[in-house]
Design a binder for this molecule. Structure first.
Ligand code: ADP
Ligand code: MG
Length: 698
C-alpha cells in the first residue's frame, strides 16, 4: 500500500494545498473567509478558481461540479467540463471565480415542496468555503449550498450552517457568564458510525426488490440467521477485507478520517467509523462515505446496501451520531472537568441537552423519520421510537443529589454545592454499553442512535443544535446580570432536573414495560411512524422555536413537511408496485411451473404403475395451488388498494393511507409468497434466497 501520510487528503484542496498553490495575500483573504465568514471578492475568487483548476487537472480532473444536498437526502451533481474553445480550433481549460462561487443548476426537478414553482425554477448554488473542495474520479467537487433566488434554503446544508451559528451565538453567551472571554467560537463535533450490508452483485441483479427499493420485499427466513452471534467482531473475510482496504484508501484520499471498521451483528453486515470532526464537515464526509462505499463495492463485484432494513428478521442498519460541543480553545464542554467551576459549566451544558431533548423530543424523533427507518425503529435490534436519554447511574445519582439537596453517596457521602465542590470523577465505563438507549451519554459526548443508515445526518444535527441553542438562550436570559450567579445557577440546574428528569431512562429500552411507563407514566411521545412524526414539524411550538433561532423560515418548514411526506408515499408506492410486478411476473409463474412438474411427475408415476403412491406430489400440488390462489388474490387486493388511496385529499391523509392500508396489504402478500418459497424446489425459485444473499460473500 502507498504511504498513508502521503495519500491522506491528496485529493482535497485543503489548507496545505491552498498555502502552496495560492499567493500569500490571496491565501490570507481566503482563510479569513473560511474562518470568519467574510465575503470573498471576485478578484480573489478568480485567483482561487484558477489555482483550484490547475491543482484538480493535475490529478486528472476534466470536469467540475457544485456538489450539494437537496432535500431528497442524496447528494446532487451537475458536471461541467473545464474546456472553453480557443481561437485556433483547440480548447483552453478555464474556471472562473464566478463559476466557483455561484452556480445555476437547472433545478426544477428537485423537490421544493412549493417553495419554487417551475416557472421560476432556477435556484442557485453557492460555494461553502468552510468545507474543502475535492477531486472524485475525474470531477472537482465544490461543496455548495442550494437556495432559491429569494434566499430560501432548498437543501440541508443551509439550515445546518444556520443551526451552527445559532448554537455558537448562545453557547458563547453562557461561556461569557463563566468568564471565558478568550473563547471565540463553539462548534458541535460529530463522529458518525455507518452500518451497511455487502452482498454479491450477481445475486443483487436478480432481485427487482433490491434494485428498485434497496430492500427485500419477499424472502423466507434462511435456516441460519444471526442467532449464533458469530459474525459480530469476527475476523473479516478476505473478499471483504480487500474491499475495506480499497475503501479506506479512497476515503483517505478525500481526507475522510476513516478509522475503525468491523463486522456487525447480522451476517454480511459491517460498520465504518471516521474520527469525529466539525459537524458540517462530518455531514459532508458521511455523504462521501455512502457514495464511496457503493463505488468501491462495485469494483469488487459487490453491492453495498444502505437501506435501514434490507432483510426482515435480521438486524437493520443505522448510524450512531456521536455529538459533543467544543470551543476553539480546545475544550469539550461535555467533558466533566477538574475544578468546581468547570463542573458547574459541564452540568449546565448537560442540563441544556437534557431539557432540549425532552422539550423537543418530537423534533429529534422526526429528524430521523423515513419510510425505511420506520421498519427499524422499535424492532428488537434498534432503539425504540421513544426518545429517552441514558446517563448512567453515576451521573443520574449526581443529578438526584442536586435536585433533592441530599448528600451524594459515592464512596463517601458528600454534599454537592455547584461552583464550590468538585464532582467525583465519572468513570467512563459505567456510562456506556447500554445499547438499547436512543440517546446515550458516553463519557464526553452524546450518542444519538436513531438515525437511519441511508439518511443524511444533517437533519438530526440541525434539530439537536437548534434545540440546545434555544435552551441555552433561555438559560442565558435567566443568568445574565444576576448578582449571585452561583446561587442562580444552582437553582436553574435544580429546576431543570426536576422538570425534565422524565426523559432520563437508564433501563432496558427493549423491555415491553418501558413503552407503558414511558407513555403512560412519564408522558413521553411514542411516534412510531413517519406520518405520526411529521405534523410536529409544523406545530406552533416548533415553528416558533426554529424561526426564533433563525434556522428555518415558516415557509421552509412547510415545504419540508410536504417533501418528507411525499417521499414516504412515493417510496411505499414503488415498493407496492415492485411487489405486484414480482408476484405476477416471477413468483406466480415459478410456483405454477413447479406445480406442473409435480403433476406431470405424478401422472408419469401413475402411468408407469397404477398402484404407486403419489401422495407427496398430490399434497404439494394441492397446497401450492391453494397458495397460488391466495397470492393472486392478495396481489389484486394490493393493486386495488393502491388505486383507492390515491383518492386521499391531502398529503397527510395520503401518507396515513399508505401506512394503514398499503403496508399491511404488502405484508399480507409477503407472508403467503414466503410460504410458497419455503416449499418450492430451489431450482424453480426465481431469485436468490435469504441464505444465498446473506452467506455468500466469503
Ligand atoms: P464506540 O464505543 O461506540 O465505538 P468510540 O469511542 O469508538 O465509540 O467512538 C465512536 C465514534 O464517536 C467515532 O466516530 C469517534 O470519532 C466519535 N467520537 C469520539 N469522541 C467524540 C467526541 N468527543 N465528540 C464527538 N464524537 C466523538
Ligand atoms: Mg457507537
Amino acid at each position: 500500500m502507498t504511504n498513508l501520510t502521503e495519500i491522506f487528503g491528496s485529493h482535497v484542496f485543503n489548507d496545505s494545498v491552498m498555502r502552496t498553490h495560492l499567493p500569500k495575500e490571496i491565501y490570507k483573504q481566503l482563510k479569513k473567509t473560511i474562518d470568519e465568514g467574510t465575503e470573498l471578492n471576485i478578484e480573489v475568487a478568480n485567483v482561487v478558481a484558477t489555482a483550484m483548476k490547475d491543482w484538480a487537472t493535475s490529478l486528472g480532473a476534466t470536469h467540475y461540479t457544485h456538489w450539494f444536498q437537496p432535500m431528497t437526502g442524496i447528494t446532487a451533481e451537475k458536471h461541467d467540463s473545464f474546456i472553453s474553445p480557443a481561437s485556433n480550433g483547440k480548447v483552453l481549460l478555464e474556471f472562473s471565480g464566478k463559476e466557483l462561487v455561484k452556480g445555476e443548476p437547472d433545478a426544477s426537478s428537485f423537490p421544493s415542496g412549493g417553495l419554487r414553482t417551475t416557472f421560476e425554477a432556477r435556484g442557485y448554488t453557492a460555494w461553502d468555503p468552510t468545507s474543502y473542495a475535492f477531486v472524485k474520479g475525474t470531477t472537482l467537487c465544490i461543496p455548495t449550498a442550494f437556495c432559491s433566488y429569494d434566499g430560501k434554503a432548498l437543501d440541508k446544508r443551509t439550515p445546518l450552517l444556520r443551526s451552527m451559528e445559532a448554537l455558537n451565538r448562545q453557547a458563547l453567551r453562557i461561556l461569557r457568564l463563566f468568564g471565558q472571554n478568550d473563547v471565540k467560537c463553539v462548534k458541535a463535533y460529530v463522529g458518525a458510525e455507518q452500518e451497511y450490508f455487502l452482498i454479491d452483485e450477481n445475486m443483487y441483479k436478480k432481485r427487482k426488490d433490491l434494485k428498485f427499493t434497496g430492500r427485500t420485499l419477499f424472502g423466507a427466513k434462511s435456516p441460519k440467521g444471526q442467532e449464533l452471534d458469530d459474525h459480530y467482531f469476527r475476523s473479516i473475510k478476505p473478499r471483504v477485507a480487500a474491499f475495506m482496504k480499497d475503501l479506506n484508501e479512497e476515503l483517505w484520499k478525500l481526507g475522510v478520517l476513516a478509522k475503525t471498521e468491523h463486522n456487525e451483528v447480522a451476517p454480511s453486515q459491517h460498520e465504518i467509523a471516521p474520527l469525529f470532526t466539525v459537524v458540517n464537515i462530518a455531514t459532508d464526509h458521511n455523504q462521501i462515505i455512502m457514495e464511496i462505499l457503493q463505488h468501491v463495492a462495485q469494483r469488487h463485484g459487490l453491492v453495498c446496501l444502505l437501506h435501514e432494513k434490507p432483510f426482515s428478521a435480521v438486524n437493520g442498519s443505522g448510524k450512531h451520531n456521536n455529538w459533543s460541543l467544543h470551543t476553539d480553545t480546545g475544550v469539550n464542554l461535555l467533558m466533566p472537568g477538574d475544578t468546581p467551576y468547570e463542573n458547574a459549566q459541564f452540568l449546565l451544558f448537560l442540563c441544556a441537552v437534557i431539557q432540549a431533548v425532552d422539550e423537543y423530543q418530537d423534533l429529534i424523533r422526526l429528524s430521523v423519520a423515513t419510510a425505511g427507518n420506520d421498519h427499524r425503529l422499535g424492532e428488537n435490534e434498534a432503539p425504540p421510537a421513544i426518545v429517552s436519554i441514558f446517563l448512567g447511574d453515576e451521573l443520574t445519582a449526581i443529578l438526584d443529589a442536586i435536585e433533592n439537596d441530599t448528600p451524594y453517596t459515592h464512596h463517601e457521602k458528600t454534599q454537592l454545592r455547584l461552583g464550590v465542590d468538585v464532582l467525583p470523577p465519572l468513570p467512563r465505563d459505567t456510562t456506556d454499553r447500554n445499547r438499547t438507549s436512543p440517546f446515550a451519554f458516553t463519557g464526553n459526548k452524546f450518542e444519538f442512535r436513531m438515525v437511519g443508515s441511508s439518511d443524511s445526518i444533517a437533519c438530526a444535527n440541525i434539530m439537536l443544535n437548534t434545540a440546545v441553542a434555544e435552551i441555552l438562550s433561555r438559560y442565558a436570559d435567566r443568568l445574565e446580570g444576576k448578582s449571585d450567579f452561583n446561587n442562580e445557577l444552582h437553582n436553574l440546574i435544580r429546576d431543570t432536573i426536576k422538570a425534565h428528569k422524565r426523559v432520563i431512562f437508564n433501563g432496558n429500552g427493549y423491555d415491553e414495560t418501558w413503552v407503558e411507563e414511558a407513555t403512560k407514566v412519564r408522558g413521553l411521545l411514542n411516534l412510531k411512524t413517519t406520518p405520526d412524526c411529521l405534523p410536529y414539524l409544523i406545530s406552533e411550538k416548533n415553528v416558533s422555536m426554529l424561526t426564533r433561532q433563525k434556522v428555518y423560515t415558516k415557509e421552509e418548514l412547510y415545504s419540508r413537511y410536504e417533501i418528507l411526506l411525499e417521499n414516504y408515499c412515493k417510496t411505499t408506492n414503488i415498493e407496492a408496485l415492485t411487489m405486484i410486478d414480482m408476484s405476477r411476473k416471477e413468483i406466480l409463474p415459478a410456483v405454477t411451473s413447479y406445480i406442473k412438474e409435480l403433476a406431470s411427475t405424478a401422472a408419469a408415476k401413475k402411468a408407469f404403475c397404477e398402484s404407486i403412491s403419489c401422495s407427496y406430489e398430490e399434497k404439494l400440488v394441492k397446497h401450492l395451488s391453494a397458495l397460488v390462489e391466495i397470492i393472486d388474490m392478495r396481489t389484486n387486493e394490493l393493486e386495488n388498494i393502491l388505486i383507492n388511496v390515491k383518492e386521499s385529499s391531502n398529503i397527510s391523509e395520503l401518507s396515513c393511507a399508505f401506512r394503514d392500508k398499503v403496508l399491511p396489504a404488502m405484508q399480507a402478500l409477503r407472508i403467503v409468497a414466503d410460504d410458497a418459497e419455503s416449499i418450492t424446489a430451489e431450482k424453480f425459485w426465481p431469485y436468490p434466497t435469504y441464505g444465498d444473499l446473506l452467506f455468500s460473500v466469503i
